[in-house]
Design a protein around this ligand. Structure first.
Ligand code: C2E
Ligand code: CA
Ligand code: CA
Length: 673
């Protein structure tokens, strides 16, 4: 109720206190006045009555010393003197029957006016009549009554005087109280008003004003102190929020938002100072694999470690930001191409050394694209686009660093065109398989072939899978491409198998394909409809593809196994899984990645790894293929290590279907010799 009233009146504290006090006094003052007047009147009446009784008593005492008959004159004089005293307006003595003694002085009242009153206050007239019995000093003992009328009119004057005094006192009291309260409430309201002003300033964003008060009131001081604490907490919170909004939670580096902001400022500043600056766009290589195979926690740790390392490669005035999952960007102020490339190399060197996280030994690389202001662009958008094109060029061509060059635009454009053409190219049958032989090292017999796809583009010539497979994966076309490849080459498989019944055909399955149940069903249909023996087929999947979703992979690989198709683990050694873990999957064959084989010598670091892999795989009943065998010496080493199969340029480049028959015939002929 009070709250509603406050709201209604929109009262400030001081006005609220004042109004309350005025309201209380509006009720209190009339009550005080009435009570005081009542007490005063009662008291006055009481005094007056006592006085009249005293006078009457005195008179009766005097009269009772008189003999009625002897002292008649003296009695009259006594009554006269009573009248003359001024406060008595009427007096007489009455006895039995009509006996009456009146004063000799005439009064305005007659005996008929007498009307006895019991209380002074009870009558309204200005005369207070009383009647007192007494005895004269004579032997007959007859009672007489003295009747007196006291003039009461002076009491009213007293009352008026008293009323004025009380009103005066109460008014003075009221004024004093209001003044004191008004002064005191100013002590509260003034600092409160200041605090309110400060609070409004803070609310409008001006958080730098320190809250202070000169008030001596502890409540106000405490409130000021609390508000100041709140202001500091707000300032702190705002700083934290600002940091959070502009920085990456994980690495603490500036985020894309802040990077864009700084890039804009750097462009403006560099244009004004006629300076150049560089943007480095850094994309970690194989980070996605780590994330997919070892989990996000380890992925996060990797990002933290590498961000810290990269920080050491740049100056404090430069900006290193995390602008995407595994994408970083650097602004190098007042730097040209030569220095930018030098710093990029330094960053690569900082990233590359291997490190340990949770018992995993990890090693990553990076692809860096560089663009320079003002040569490559005069605004942030163009500069970022050029750095992006350069970075993709570095990535697609296994280069660590690429600086922007106009030729790259055509490369980028080419990718765009290829992505766009993919669908129609599949329909037009622009893809074609090459066959690469897989040879049994021990008995030198041809075991089978791996199918490697080529895109025979009408304008661009032969395009290699390293270029179009990532595009097909990105465009979600890989499933269609894989289906097309299998269906389109099924007749060729059948022809090979019909001539060489043990001939094995290996088909590459991309990570996206592996988890697709419909592809499994599709292959099953082809096997059935084309009457292809499943036992002659291998599917090649990378260990990282399996580790992407181990549970689902196990289920699908088992289904392939049930069909009679064998599983080969491709590029073994480049991922992060262990053979012990892969043992859980129905694996028949392991293909050691060509990076371990191409330069294999007895002294190379890879030798013990290759040796141990072969031994362990054999222990698990898995056969081993060495990819990328280019020299006879390598083949000899592998034979000594008891490796089962070899594949590589040593036996020649992957060949057209028509050429492979000739090659097989020649090989078998030479082998016999
Ligand atoms: P991969 O499965 O590891 O295939 C082996 C790659 O190494 C082939 O490259 C092959 O030409 C090359 N190679 C063979 N012997 C040697 C050698 O002695 N030295 C060197 N340096 N390289 C050798 P290619 O044909 O360019 O294929 C690259 C990758 O593209 C393949 O790697 C495979 O992952 C993928 N790929 C090829 N065809 C298909 C396909 O039909 N479907 C899918 N999903 N991926 C495919
Ligand atoms: Ca392969
Ligand atoms: Ca491989």
């Amino acid at each position: 109720m009070v709250n509603r009233l406050i709201k209604l009146l929109k009262l400030s504290t001081s006005r609220y206190i004042l109004t309350s006090i005025v309201l209380v006094h509006i009720i209190l003052l009339p009550f005080l006045y009435t009570t005081m007047m009542y007490a005063y009147k009662n008291n006055t009446y009481e005094q007056f009555e006592t006085q009249t009784r005293d006078i009457a008593g005195l008179l009766t005492d005097v009269l009772s010393t008189k003999y009625l008959l002897d002292d008649f004159k003296s009695i009259s004089e006594t009554l006269d003197s009573a009248i003359l005293s001024g406060i008595i307006s009427y007096i007489d003595i009455i006895g039995r029957e009509d006996f009456i003694i009146t004063p000799t002085i005439t009064t305005s009242l007659t005996e008929n006016d007498f009307n006895e009153n019991s209380q002074v206050s009870n009558f309204r007239e200005s005369i207070f009549f009383i009647k007192i019995p007494f005895y004269f000093k004579q032997p007959d003992n007859i009672a007489y009554h003295l009747r007196i009328g006291f003039d009461k009119s002076h009491l009213n004057d007293q009352f008026i005087l008293a009323r004025n005094s009380i009103i005066l006192i109460l008014s003075a009291y009221f004024l004093i109280i209001i003044t004191i309260i008004a002064i005191n409430t100013r002590y509260i309201s003034t600092p409160l008003r200041h605090l309110r002003k400060y609070s409004n300033e803070i609310a409008s964003g001006n958080t730098d004003i320190e809250l202070q008060t000169h008030s001596q009131l502890t409540d106000v001081r405490d409130l000021t102190f609390d508000l100041e604490k709140m202001r500091l907490a707000l300032v702190n919170l705002a700083l934290r929020m600002q940091h959070k909004a502009t920085h990456d939670d994980l690495t603490g580096l500036p985020n894309r938002f802040l990077f864009t902001d700084r890039l804009q400022s750097t462009v403006t500043l560099s244009a004004r100072n006629q300076q150049s600056f560089a943007i480095l766009l850094i994309d970690l290589d194989r980070f996605k694999e780590i994330n997919d195979t070892l989990g996000h926690n380890i992925g996060d740790e990797v990002l933290k470690v590498l961000s810290e390392r990269m920080c050491h490669g740049i100056r404090e005035s430069d900006t290193l930001a995390r602008i995407g999952g595994d994408e970083f960007a650097v602004i190098l102020i007042d730097v040209g191409l030569i220095v930018a490339e030098k710093i990029a190399r330094k960053i690569i060197q900082l990233i590359e050394p291997s490190f340990y996280i949770n018992g995993h030994s990890l090693k990553l690389g990076a692809s860096i694209g560089i663009s320079i202001f003002p040569e490559d662009g005069s605004n942030p958008g163009t500069l970022m686009q050029k750095a992006d094109i350069s970075m993709y060029h570095a990535k697609n061509n296994n280069l660590n660093i690429t600086s922007y060059h106009p030729d790259l635009d055509s490369d980028h454009y080419e990718n765009l065109v290829l992505s766009h053409n993919l669908k129609s190219s599949i329909d037009n049958g622009e893809f074609e398989a090459r066959f690469q032989p897989k040879v049994n090292i021990k008995n030198k017999r041809l075991s089978g072939c791996e199918l490697l796809l080529r895109w025979e583009h009408p304008d661009m010539g032969t395009i290699l899978p390293d270029k179009f497979i990532p595009l097909a994966e990105k465009e979600n076309m890989i499933g269609e491409l894989t289906r097309w490849t299998i269906k389109h080459h099924a007749t060729q498989f059948k022809k090979l198998i019909s001539i060489y019944p043990d001939f094995k055909i290996s088909i590459n399955i991309s990570p996206n394909d592996l988890l697709d149940f419909s592809l499994l069903n599709f292959i099953n249909e082809i096997i059935t409809s084309d009457n292809l023996p499943a036992s002659n087929l291998y599917i090649e999947v990378t260990e990282n593809a399996i580790m992407k979703n181990p549970v689902r992979s196990a289920e699908i690989l088992n289904r392939f196994c049930d069909l009679g198709i064998k599983i080969s683990v491709d590029d073994f050694g480049t991922g992060y899984s262990s053979l012990a873990y892969l043992q859980k999957f129905p694996i028949s064959e392991l293909k050691i990645d060509k990076s371990f084989i191409s330069n294999l010598t007895k002294d190379s670091n890879n030798y013990p790894i290759v040796s141990a892999t072969i031994t362990m795989a054999h222990d698990l009943g898995i056969s081993v293929v060495a990819e990328g065998v280019e020299q006879e010496s390598t083949l000899k080493l592998l034979r000594n290590l008891d490796c089962d199969y070899a594949q590589g340029y040593y036996y020649g480049q992957p060949r057209h279907f028509d050429e492979i028959f000739m090659w097989i015939e020649n090989y078998n002929k030479n082998k016999a010799n």
